[in-house]
Design a protein around this ligand. Structure first.
Ligand code: PEP
Length: 260
């Protein structure tokens, strides 16, 4: 078991959202793998993950098997199996070799009316099948302006983690993504990101004294090569959840290098 002082390996997780065709994705991933192989200095400074549409998972998982790149999903059903047309279950993802799944992304909360109870059910289902949920939390601009950002984020976190078995929660990842920074080009300052990630860390330590200090807390929201180093240098920012910039190999690798 890791001690509380074991350094945390940063996680650089791309979120492709609904972009790129499966056929393009294969060629893109081959290029990325070739670039990683050619980078002799890379070592193992961080873990790289691509969360891609369901249609891409089988092909990309096969191609990425045994490489430094992990493949994750962007959503999962809260149900185990059955008459849920259009849904994809946690056991289906696990069967493909997928290890991570994003839950509670603000776009799911906004466009699919996902509330904290839904996010919690999805996280529980993912953990029960050996998947690591990347639980997204984040305040809207109006909530920040009203001075309620920390309250909102910690409330979402508490809702998402309600009743999670400590044993399986140990591999949880939390992504702090202020809604106003997603896809807008506006980024939280490194100090604001640190302040919120530290608040999330405090809540995790309180809830899980044995391992809360080691749960990875990511920042997401217009992270790009020009701002990644400053954000990733903060002590409670253990990586990034990256949308737009994860679609370009150069940008993704530049962000990954910023973890060094
Ligand atoms: C995201 O979708 O999680 C995200 C952070 O997007 P972007 O980096 O494009 O803001």
């Amino acid at each position: 078991m890791q001690s509380a002082d074991t350094p945390i390996t940063p996680l650089i997780a791309g979120n492709w959202k609904m972009n790129r065709l499966p056929s393009e994705a294969q060629a893109w991933l081959r290029d990325l793998l070739a670039r990683l192989e050619a980078d002799a200095d890379r070592g193992s400074r961080s873990e790289l993950l691509l969360c891609v549409p369901f249609t891409h998972l089988a092909g990309m998982s096969e191609l990425a098997f045994g490489t430094p790149v992990g493949i994750g999903a962007q959503d999962v059903s809260r149900h185990e199996a059955g008459a849920y047309t259009g849904e994809v279950s946690a056991p289906m993802l696990a069967d493909l070799g997928v290890r991570y799944v994003i839950v509670g992304h603000s776009e799911r909360r906004e466009y699919h009316a996902e509330d904290d109870a839904t996010v919690n059910a999805k996280a529980q289902r993912a953990l029960a099948h050996g998947l690591t949920p990347i639980v997204c939390v984040g305040e809207r601009q109006a909530e920040r302006d009203a001075g309620r950002a920390v309250e909102v984020v910690l409330g979402q976190l508490a809702g998402a983690l309600e009743g999670l078995e400590p044993g399986s929660a140990e591999r949880l990842v939390v992504a702090y993504e202020p809604v106003w920074a997603i896809g807008t080009g506006r980024t939280a300052t490194a100090d604001d990101a640190q302040e919120m990630c530290a608040a999330v860390r405090g809540a995790l330590r309180e809830r899980y004294p044995a391992f809360g200090a080691r749960v990875r807390v990511l920042y997401g929201g217009s992270m790009k090569p020009s701002n990644a180093a400053e954000l990733l240098a903060k002590p409670d920012v253990n990586g990034g959840l990256i949308g737009g910039a994860s679609l370009e190999i150069d940008d993704l690798l530049a962000i990954e290098r910023a973890t060094a």
